[in-house]
Design a binder for this molecule. Structure first.
Ligand code: CU
Length: 366
């Protein structure tokens, strides 16, 4: 950053003076790291920086509020939540070592969705770090580290099976302030307040569902599973899962990949608030082959699978909580929508939504 050049130094003094800060005669000038926050990335202007004072110039380029925390070498510092389009700065004195730089919003749900990166701080006396490695380079390095995680979960649907029909969301007042932050997507979501898939309009059903998901990081996640169930009208449906959707579609309603251990929805501002706040053991979006009474409906059904903390009462299976994140993780949800550009299904609301209320799971490293 600092160069022994009178011209540059004079310019910096002038710039500092114009900003209203006292010009410093001696170069204890903080290094600057530019941070760009969005769904779901933290991108640094450089991946390493010299030890000493470091100023993070943080911009929220996303569409929901984010924050920034720097953690490592005994330091744990964060900024206040930054609104979309706004900026903030954070100046820290950093010793050599590795630091975790992430978004702490939503009890680390943003971090799990990918808002996590690392900064290396090198001794000021060692050779200077590359001035700028570029945005792309830092992102690529991160996705490589993520591919090292390998985990599998097998979920078996059990307990009462219910079909959820369209109806009003039972916690509209709780969802309203969160919906306000959804910008462009707000309108589409508001129609779901009156008549959406998270309703108390429930009928008993029957069926089986076994699904296995592999979290292999980046684009290699995979899924395998078959669901068979009957709907209210007596139709028999069969879904054969084909592949995980890996493309991230921020931030509602789909995300890419298999995600384990996520706290989201409701108050977290992660995905639609028209689902209570829950903790999920596994969540994913996938494509599948859908059959109705043994006749193929589509090879391109869009499928959401989630094993989550229980959201419904025994008995009437009404939604029981706006914050359900402390409940036992045993509700297996299967939502099926037509493929992009395809007609609605011949079912109430044009979608299929079935829960197995007391399901079980096994995880293993693979
Ligand atoms: Cu965030």
């Amino acid at each position: 950053m600092y160069r022994e050049s009178n011209g540059v130094w004079a310019g910096m003094v002038l710039a500092v003076a114009l900003l209203g800060a006292a010009p410093q005669p001696h170069p204890a000038v903080a290094s600057t790291v530019t941070v760009r926050l969005s769904e779901w990335n933290v991108v640094l202007s450089q991946t390493s920086v010299a030890a000493g004072p470091v100023t993070f110039v943080i911009t929220n380029a996303g569409s929901i509020p984010h924050g920034l925390e720097v953690e490592g070498q005994g330091i744990e510092q964060e900024v206040e939540t930054i609104q979309p389009g706004a900026s903030d700065t954070l100046t820290l004195t950093l010793k050599p070592g590795s630091y975790d730089v992430y978004c702490p919003v939503g009890s680390d749900s943003h971090k799990k969705l990918g808002m996590d990166t690392h900064l290396k701080v090198v001794s000021a006396t060692s050779p200077a770090p590359p001035a700028r490695s570029g945005y792309g380079a830092s992102e690529m390095g991160e996705s490589h580290t993520k591919t090292e995680r390998l985990q599998a979960i097998r979920v078996t649907g059990g307990g009462p099976v219910i079909q959820i029909l369209p109806g009003p969301f039972p916690f509209p007042d709780s969802a309203a302030p969160i919906l306000k932050a959804f910008g462009d997507e707000r309108e589409g979501l508001e129609s779901q307040v009156k008549n959406g898939p998270y309703s108390n309009n429930v009928v008993r059903s029957s069926g089986t569902f076994v699904v296995t998901a592999w979290d292999k990081g980046a684009v290699r996640d995979s899924v395998d599973g078959v669901a068979e169930f009957a709907t209210q009208d007596g139709a028999r449906w069969k879904l054969v899962l084909d592949r995980v959707q890996t493309k991230d579609v921020p931030h509602h309603p789909r995300f890419g990949g298999v995600i384990m251990g996520l706290y989201y929805h409701g108050v977290t501002q992660v995905h639609t608030p028209l689902v209570p706040t829950i903790k999920s053991a596994v969540a994913l979006w996938a494509f599948g082959h859908l059959y109705k009474n043994d006749v193929l409906v589509t090879d391109n059904a869009q499928v959401h699978v989630m094993l989550l903390s229980r959201t419904r009462h025994d008995g009437d299976f009404a939604l029981t909580c706006w914050d359900c994140s402390k409940n036992k993780i045993e509700e297996l949800q299967l939502q099926i929508l037509p493929g992009p550009g395809e007609p609605k299904f011949d079912a109430p609301g044009g979608f299929l939504f079935v829960n197995w209320e007391k399901s079980s799971s096994r995880t293993r490293a693979s």
